[in-house]
Design a protein around this ligand. Structure first.
Ligand code: C2O
Ligand code: CU
Length: 504
């Protein structure tokens, strides 16, 4: 009798506990979804990063960039930030193919940083990766000849173990490459008028209005914010005065993957990706961008109308827990406000530029890359380890796969690559052009083809890594050097750099 009563009590307690647990589980499951659809008041005019002034000095186009601390209004009072030549983000650098550029980087922060030119083909010593440290109060003046198709590139710090923090605080900007041979006059091209850059970054704030970079519950990818800033503007609108507007989208976020579209599901033309224009415009209603990726789209507007750029829920290809890494979120990004009369702009031509294809037959090397946990091929970043050494001017095929249930991507320095195959098939249109960063859904095989032209330096490595910055900082990165034909990798000299005051 007594035993039965005890058992009954235990049963009830267990049942209660289960109910509480299930309730907590359901709550947790649902709490991992953010939606700001139709909830953002677009009351602030979109800031457009100014074009950086430059001057010609002995045949070089010279820019100045100063990393500095400041404060910025994200709608939470004055938030402490970092920026280049200002409080947050940086000016847009712009140079033409064939020009020799020099960027005088000075560091007015109280800690070491670096500035990496993401997507740029350039000598390793000018790349601004974790070996080109710029200590507090120090300067660094890399110079190189711009030689690649017209494209939307960007720059950001790359200090090993600290990239996430530096980018999150606001250090990032665009670098536009101009090249008449690989651009199309019929596309909108008046900077800030009908050709507008959008640096999209999610942010989170603590109760004091400071930037909060703590990772979300079970996120595994680092910080995911509930507030979207575009060029630093929260709740932005853009006054559109032309029938067509070109938006240069950069996912400048640490971890969030966006699936951009419009709230009314209107179609738009995808005309360019990371490394330049596509061979033909792709008519679509969505474009997915993982951290570091870019897309150029052309949107058609009617007089007087409004359109909201939105990021939609998406399949991250990482299984049922995608919601813990932002896959179920809906975020309103930017409102386009068309004027009552719009200046005419030509239709987007269907044929854009020649994109010469790299051929499988030209590849002299194949390399496997398995991304899992915080490792690539089971190895973590080490500043003095060179993982491999392609020969200058050689073509290689990289076979890449995300082997776990987390979102990962692969970014390769120095080159723009092409996707040969995705899951054994030719790439979809949005992956058919020049790329330097690619999102890797779980267990999908990619073959990437690339040529390591022009620059060899056996002692100075380029990086390859996951561009989810929390993963990169945690060691999901490796190093390669490009050697002259027949050459051998040298020794990475990091000691002299440490003299500048390296990362702890
Ligand atoms: Cu955008 Cu290695 O970085
Ligand atoms: Cu990753």
């Amino acid at each position: 009798m007594r035993l039965r009563r005890v058992l009954a009590v235990i049963g009830v307690v267990v049942l209660l506990l289960c109910t509480v647990c299930a309730g907590a589980g359901v709550w947790l499951w649902n709490s991992q979804v953010i939606s700001t659809a139709d909830e953002v008041d677009f009351t602030r005019p979109l800031a457009v990063p100014p074009l950086a002034p430059s001057r010609m000095e002995s045949g070089r186009r010279v820019f100045d960039l100063k990393a500095q601390a400041g404060t910025h209004d994200f709608g939470h009072g004055q938030t402490p930030t970092w920026g280049f030549n200002g409080d947050v983000l940086g000016p847009t650098l712009r140079a033409a193919r064939g020009e020799q550029v020099q960027v005088n980087v000075t560091n007015a922060l109280d800690q070491t940083t670096t500035v990496h030119w993401h997507g740029m083909h350039l000598p390793a010593a000018a790349d601004g990766g974790p070996h080109q440290l710029v200590g507090p109060g120090k300067a660094w003046s890399p110079t190189w000849k711009v030689d690649q198709p017209a494209a939307t590139l960007w720059y950001h710090p790359h200090l090993h173990g600290e990239t996430a923090k530096h980018v999150y605080r606001g250090l990032a900007g665009l670098f536009l490459v101009d090249d008449p041979a690989t651009s199309v006059d019929a596309l909108p091209h008046e900077y800030g008028v009908d050709d507008v850059p959008l640096i999209v970054q999610d942010r989170k704030f603590d109760s004091g209005g400071k930037l909060d970079d703590s990772p979300g519950f079970m996120s595994g990818v680092g910080v995911l914010g509930d507030t979207v800033a575009v060029n630093g503007t929260v709740g932005p609108y853009l006054d559109v005065t032309t029938e067509r507007v070109r938006l240069r989208l950069l996912n400048g976020s640490n971890a969030r993957v966006y699936d951009f579209g419009f709230a009314d599901d209107r179609r738009f033309a995808l005309v360019g990706t990371d490394g330049g224009l596509l061979s033909s415009a792709y008519d679509t209603d969505r474009i997915m961008l993982s951290p570091g990726e870019r897309a150029e789209i052309v949107v058609t507007m009617k007089p007087g109308e409004r359109a909201v750029l939105r990021s939609y829920p998406q399949d991250l290809g990482t299984g049922p827990f995608g919601r813990f890494t932002g896959g179920a979120d809906t975020l309103d990004v930017l409102q386009l406000r068309a004027a009552g009369t719009l200046a005419p702009r030509p239709a987007v031509p269907s044929k854009l530029v020649e994109v010469p294809r790299l051929a499988r037959a030209d590849a002299v090397q194949q390399r496997p890359f398995r991304l899992s946990g915080h490792s690539i091929n089971s190895k973590q970043m080490e500043m003095t380890r060179i993982d491999f050494a392609p020969e200058r001017d050689s073509v290689e095929i990289w076979k890449v796969v995300n082997n776990d249930g987390e979102p990962h991507s692969l970014h390769v320095h120095d080159v723009q690559f092409q996707v040969l195959t995705r899951d054994g098939a030719p790439p979809p249109p949005q992956l058919s052009g020049w790329k330097d960063t690619i999102y890797l859904p779980g267990d999908v095989d990619f073959e990437l083809i690339m040529r390591f032209s022009d620059f060899a330096d056996p002692n100075t490595p380029y990086m390859f890594h996951c561009h989810v910055l929390f993963h990169e900082d945690a060691g999901m990165m490796g190093q390669f050097v490009v050697v002259p034909p027949g050459g051998k990798p040298g020794v990475v000299d990091h000691s002299s750099h440490l003299a500048h005051g390296g990362p702890h």
